[in-house]
Design a binder for this molecule. Structure first.
Ligand code: FMN
Length: 193
């Protein structure tokens, strides 16, 4: 079982990264092969809606094909994003938008066929203590999972802010650990694209 963590904060060593590490540790200790990608390390342009890929057979202008292949190879996806303006970070949103490139290369049906059957979970950190303000982020991710036909295993929201804040919240780290562990333990049989 391969689990891919997608770290969507601009700050590589921030709370989002720490929370994702806890989830991936849980997954790894439960026997999964884990990989973490830091989205700020990848060159991703906004979606152009060009559909040129249909002629060329690929969208090769940036690092999206690398991320697309990692997502394709994964059985489970852990999307970790800070709350930015009450929703996902721009880095996360650009990657979500670019998933449409897979659809434009082919058809909606082929896209779903390639995407479906994965497990998914969401991690979020935020500065305010009213976690209800993360509802749009969680709602967005829930709808993405539903659309892609990924099984939603749930979410963890934690307190961020300055670097290291989340590390003081051992309950939140434990919840993330258990979410990763739960994902790893699910014996998922899915059709590989
Ligand atoms: C552009 C931007 C927008 C933010 N918007 C919110 C917000 O709407 N609500 C909130 O509670 N915190 C907000 N924050 C605070 C971050 O969620 C918080 O600092 C978080 O820890 C950042 O993640 P990181 O530690 O992984 O970098 C915002 C921070 C930035 C930089």
């Amino acid at each position: 079982m391969q689990i891919l963590g997608l770290m969507g904060s601009s700050r590589r060593d921030g709370n989002t990264n720490d929370l994702l590490d806890a989830a991936l540790r849980g997954a790894s200790e439960a026997g999964a092969q884990v990989e973490k990608v830091l989205l700020p390390d990848y060159k991703l342009h906004h979606i152009y809606n060009c559909k040129d890929c249909k002629q060329r057979g690929a969208c090769e202008e940036d690092d999206f094909p690398i991320l697309r292949d990692k997502i394709s190879a994964a059985d489970g996806l852990i999307w970790a994003s800070p709350l930015y303006w009450f929703t996902v970070s721009g880095l996360t949103k650009v990657l979500l938008d670019r998933l449409c490139c897979i659809m434009y290369l082919d058809t909606y049906e082929a896209f779903i066929e390639k995407m479906k059957g994965r497990l998914a979970a969401t991690l979020c950190v935020m500065e305010e203590t009213d976690f209800n303000k993360a509802r749009h982020l969680l709602g967005t991710m829930e709808m993405v999972y539903e659309y892609c036909q990924w099984s939603n295993l749930g979410y963890v929201v934690g307190l961020g802010g300055s670097r290291g804040t989340i590390l003081k919240h051992t309950d939140t780290l434990r919840q993330a650990y258990e979410l990763g562990e739960k994902m790893a333990k699910i014996n998922q049989t899915r059709r590989k694209p």
